[in-house]
Write a protein that binds this ligand. Structure first.
Ligand SMILES: [Cu+2]
Length: 224
């Protein structure tokens, strides 16, 4: 009897997945905010940070307990991390070789001298801004942490879409950033007005930098 119930549950689950897939584009509830990033040709741009700028007078909910910027195959993994200001970021080195991780990005600069594994305590990033990561041993290693004064953030998926949950925290604008759009850290912004659309589209007019690891033309540490 139990087996039949389980099979029925599995069937119901599969059906739910199918339905969810069919209506994926409509899955954003009325409380969600959908942001689409397109390039100058109208093609979707993945891996763009999208976040809601809260009213400065409002205290944000506390950040997540921690985030992880790993090092795998002599690369930062993920290449690009978004965290709320005040978040502790762990920098494990999962490689066999040692790395010497650092950033010169003021005021979030730091150094983790040559290490493997979890030799160093986490780094807390207290100020918003772009933190450009490098390794003193491997010049090709380049990564980013975007620190935001925001509790609502995501990255666009391969369709160029990010869906952000909207709660009771008053927000004033929606912002985007990617090293492919502006390596130095300037963000693009659209004002959020009361009662307006929950769909925002950023159509980029400028030429995008090639994606990381895409070969010639991609940003390198030496570009900074
Ligand atoms: Cu290294």
């Amino acid at each position: 009897m139990r087996g039949i119930e389980e099979r029925n549950n599995i069937r119901a689950g599969c059906l739910a997945l199918l339905v969810a897939g069919m209506f994926l584009s409509l899955s954003a509830s009325a409380k969600d905010l959908k942001v689409t990033v397109l390039d100058a040709d109208g093609m979707p741009v993945p891996d763009v940070a999208v976040y809601l700028q809260a009213d400065k007078s409002v205290a944000l909910p506390p950040p997540a307990a921690f985030a992880v910027m790993d090092q795998v195959d002599t690369r930062f993994d993920p290449h690009f991390l978004v965290v709320q200001s005040g978040t502790e970021v762990r920098f494990p080195n999962s490689d066999v070789v040692a790395h010497h991780v650092y950033s010169f990005s003021n005021p979030n600069d730091f150094i983790l001298p040559l290490y493997k594994g979890n030799a160093h305590p986490p780094v807390t990033f207290g100020e918003s801004g772009v933190v450009i990561l490098g390794c003193n041993i491997h010049d090709q290693m380049l990564g980013y942490i975007l620190v935001v004064d925001s509790h609502a953030f995501a990255k666009t998926d391969k369709t160029g879409v990010a869906v952000l949950p909207v709660d009771d925290v008053p927000v004033t604008s929606v912002k985007i950033w990617s090293p492919r759009i502006n390596p130095k850290g300037e963000v693009l912004s659209q004002v959020i007005s009361d009662g307006v659309s929950d769909n925002f589209v950023f159509r980029l007019s400028g030429k995008l930098r090639p994606a990381h690891d895409s070969g010639s033309g991609a940003l390198k540490w030496s570009d900074y």
